[in-house]
Design a protein around this ligand. Structure first.
Ligand SMILES: NC(=O)c1ccc[n+]([C@@H]2O[C@H](COP(=O)([O-])OP(=O)(O)OC[C@H]3O[C@@H](n4cnc5c(N)ncnc54)[C@H](O)[C@@H]3O)[C@@H](O)[C@H]2O)c1
Length: 249
């Protein structure tokens, strides 16, 4: 198992990708701290996991608030005494029609960029005490290439890639690896609802995929799993596309 005896924190654990990651990581032997803005959603993810050896703790967090993020990492310390891996997955994706409004730009930056930075900073302090750790940030294919529709989302995810590379260089000597995954559109109920309302969006998203389909949440979780694990022990500072070849073009 790739995460045997590992203590892993997942933010946005109540969402589609967070839930897929929690289920996969638990199956791979991890004990988990599942954090989300919605305590109820984090609890629902915990309930979706059954029959695994690892212990599961849930907590509420607002990643835009430093004190709240520090409290989340304190839960890891109090419950398990250390933190081996963190999957910083919480994020927002605002509708394209509001994305050119400056308030929306600010909100995307606050949650996706600042929030991820706050999480990495707090996590690294606990990992540094053990002299090792692995952080995986969930960016986006729109953190590698621009978006035709969403300036705030794309800017915030480029920021996540930038802070990933910079922290990877700075924290390598502390024994902490930092990487990012960059998924293109994922097949979630929300994506499906948006595509059902807009045939143009469906055509647009499909045209972005050389493989002619969207990613499954579990396919994104598999990439995060590997980067978290010791099997990726010399991988540091990468922004790994999980996009069926979209950014290869
Ligand atoms: N779904 C996609 O197509 C796709 C593609 C590329 C990247 N991503 C990225 O993957 C991540 C997860 O996406 P998803 O599709 O599972 O979305 P989702 O909306 O299902 O889940 C996101 C979760 O983050 C939580 N969250 C939002 N703001 C928060 C905050 N301030 N503090 C704590 N938690 C907060 C939400 O409560 C939610 O449970 C996001 O960072 C997203 O940008 C998604």
């Amino acid at each position: 198992m790739l995460l045997s005896d590992k203590i892993v924190l997942i933010t946005g654990a109540g969402g589609e990708i967070g839930r897929a990651a929690a289920i996969l990581f638990a199956r791979e032997g991890a004990s988990l701290v599942l954090a989300d803005l919605s305590q109820e959603a984090a609890d629902a993810t915990a309930h979706a996991i059954s029959g695994q050896d690892g212990r599961i703790v849930t907590c509420q967090v607002d990643i835009t608030n430093v004190a709240s993020v520090d409290a989340m990492v304190a839960v890891c310390s109090q419950e398990f005494g250390r933190l081996d891996c963190a999957f910083n997955n919480a994020g927002i994706n605002l509708p394209a029609d509001v994305e050119w409004q400056l308030e929306a730009f600010d909100r995307s930056m606050t949650v996706n960029a600042n929030g991820t930075m706050y999480c990495m900073t707090a996590e690294s302090k606990l990992m540094e005490q053990a002299g090792k750790g692995s952080i995986v940030n969930n960016a986006s294919a729109n953190g590698i290439v621009g978006s035709t529709r969403q300036p705030g989302y794309s800017a915030s995810k480029h920021a996540v890639v930038g802070m990933t590379r910079t922290a990877a260089i700075r924290w390598a000597k502390l024994g902490i690896r930092v990487n990012a995954i960059c998924p293109s559109s994922v097949q979630t109920p929300m994506t499906e609802r948006s595509m059902a309302l807009s045939p143009e969006l469906r055509a647009h998203l499909m045209s972005m995929s050389p493989m002619g389909r969207l990613a499954e949440p579990s396919e994104v979780a598999e990439a995060a799993l590997w980067l978290c694990s010791d099997r990726a022990s010399y991988i540091n500072g990468v922004a790994l596309p999980v996009d069926g070849g979209f950014t290869a073009g």
